[in-house]
Design a protein around this ligand. Structure first.
Ligand code: PRP
Ligand code: MN
Ligand code: MG
Length: 178
């Protein structure tokens, strides 16, 4: 990590404030409906835990884990389900909870997949959105922060599986050699 400089992009205070706001909106929008939050492991685990506690209607929670096939990873858009939902979602209102949307390929696949199972609605909530990197259009219903095309870590987001536990979100920039 020495070749990188690390700077706070979104602080834990900013995250906390935003999570409250989004929670309020979701509470209003889903009043009287049965809502199931679907967190996408592992990145969304921390956002999911905070967001769920900022929603003031009863919700159920489930998780999915997916992985891209092969090394041409995110270019193919082909995704393998590593851990599926535990229950049938037919007729349910689903809100997918993600930490970040980059190319959009992960969520494009998951949204499609959950819609095919007969959910009543499938919406998307993401904490971070990096629109410059988008390859497929994904309809985002709740969005925390739009960020520039920089490498980020923290609050669930990893670099080689590390740094997910940082309370703030940092951007990493390559150090310039002079
Ligand atoms: C990251 C992130 C999103 C996805 C976004 O997950 O958490 O799920 O990539 O990228 P995309 O929009 O280009 O598809 P990753 O595959 O790194 O797994 P992780 O959540 O376990 O870190
Ligand atoms: Mn992820
Ligand atoms: Mg990752």
């Amino acid at each position: 990590m020495e070749e990188f400089t690390k700077k706070i992009l979104v602080s834990s205070e900013q995250i906390e404030q935003k999570v409250k706001e989004i929670g309020k909106e979701i509470t209003e929008d889903y009043k009287g409906k049965e809502l199931m939050l679907v967190g996408i492991l592992k990145g969304a685990a921390i956002f999911m835990a905070d967001l769920a506690r900022s929603i003031e209607i009863p919700v159920t929670m489930d998780f999915m884990a997916v992985s891209s096939y092969g090394s041409s990873t995110k270019s193919s858009g082909v995704v393998r389900i590593i851990k599926d939902l535990d229950s049938n979602i037919e007729g349910k209102h689903i809100l997918i909870v993600e930490d970040i949307i980059d190319t959009g390929l992960t969520l494009n696949y998951i949204t499609d997949n959950l819609n095919k199972r007969g959910a009543s609605s499938v919406k998307i909530c993401t904490l971070l959105d990096k629109p410059e990197r988008r390859k497929v259009d994904v309809p985002v219903d709740y969005r925390g922060f739009v960020i520039p095309d920089e490498f980020v870590i923290g609050y669930g987001i990893d670099y080689a599986e590390k740094y997910r536990n940082l309370p703030d979100i940092f951007s990493l920039k390559e150090k310039k050699c002079d």
